[in-house]
Design a protein around this ligand. Structure first.
Ligand code: PEP
Length: 249
């Protein structure tokens, strides 16, 4: 049985009281399952609630949705990797499509954030994915490989072996459209090949998650694909019962 990672990206939802109610329901109904890790990416203002809820549970982990690449300084409104780590985060999403396409985050900025995360002891989950236009132009593999290479450009191979990757086609995020298992298989295989080229055999153990309109009806088919080591879920992770159903799949 392969190990799976289930990651919930709550985006700009779940105030502290909502996060508390969610985690109460979730932790009371979810018992540890062999070979499964469950990660939560709450908004920064609710991080402390999730940190407290997962403290006694080795199978549940938490992280932040974004960091700045500097460790500290005059960057009003930003959170550094060191601050996030000190507040209890262990992971960070980097290069999420909403960061790239809504906030104009470049490949270079993504690389700086990955390096900052590694310095601070946060595990980056590097998100890569093509737009519909890029897919239709046959550029999918070139785009995701370019994004992956840029994201890890500042890291030693040993550090690359410790991070996670999420393939999230931009056209599938929050749209109800999902990549077919065949589409996912092709991209995940290319990402795996690249990770092995960078890190050697250790690249086989780097989790590569799929994200983009995952729900309880399509999760089984997606996680059965070779090289799909879990899912990164937005909308369908917002309700505790729905998330429990996905994580138990
Ligand atoms: C995401 O935000 O990473 C995501 C995959 O969102 P959704 O599941 O809503 O498509």
């Amino acid at each position: 049985m392969k190990s799976l990672v289930f990651a919930a990206n709550w985006k700009m939802n779940q105030a502290p009281a909502d996060a508390e109610a969610f985690m109460r329901t979730f932790t009371s109904q979810y018992s540890r399952q062999q070979q499964k890790r469950v990660l939560f990416f709450p908004p920064a203002v609710s991080l402390h609630v999730v940190v407290a809820a997962v403290r006694q549970r080795g199978d549940l982990e938490t992280g932040v949705q974004n960091i700045h690449w500097e460790d500290k300084g005059a960057f009003t409104g930003e959170i550094s990797a060191t601050l996030a780590r000190a507040a209890g985060a262990r992971h960070v999403l980097v290069g999420h499509s909403e960061r790239r396409h809504v906030f104009g985050e470049s490949d270079e900025a993504t690389g700086k954030k990955v390096a900052a995360a590694a310095r601070a002891g946060l595990t980056p989950m590097i998100c890569v994915g093509e737009t519909l236009e890029e897919r239709e132009a046959g550029e999918t593999l070139a785009v995701v490989l370019r994004q992956l290479r840029a994201a890890v450009a500042g890291l030693e191979a040993a550090a690359v072996a410790t991070l996670m990757v999420a393939y999230e086609p931009v056209w599938a995020i929050g749209t109800g459209m999902t990549a077919t298992p065949q589409d996912a298989a092709e991209v995940h295989a290319a990402l795996r090949k690249e990770l092995i080229a960078i890190t050697g055999e250790r690249g086989r153990a780097v989790p590569i998650l799929y994200g983009g309109s995952v729900n309880r009806s399509n999760v089984d088919a997606l996680v059965s694909v070779e090289d799909v080591d879990g899912v990164l879920v937005g909308g369908a992770s917002l309700d505790a019962e729905g998330w429990l159903a996905i994580v138990r799949s």
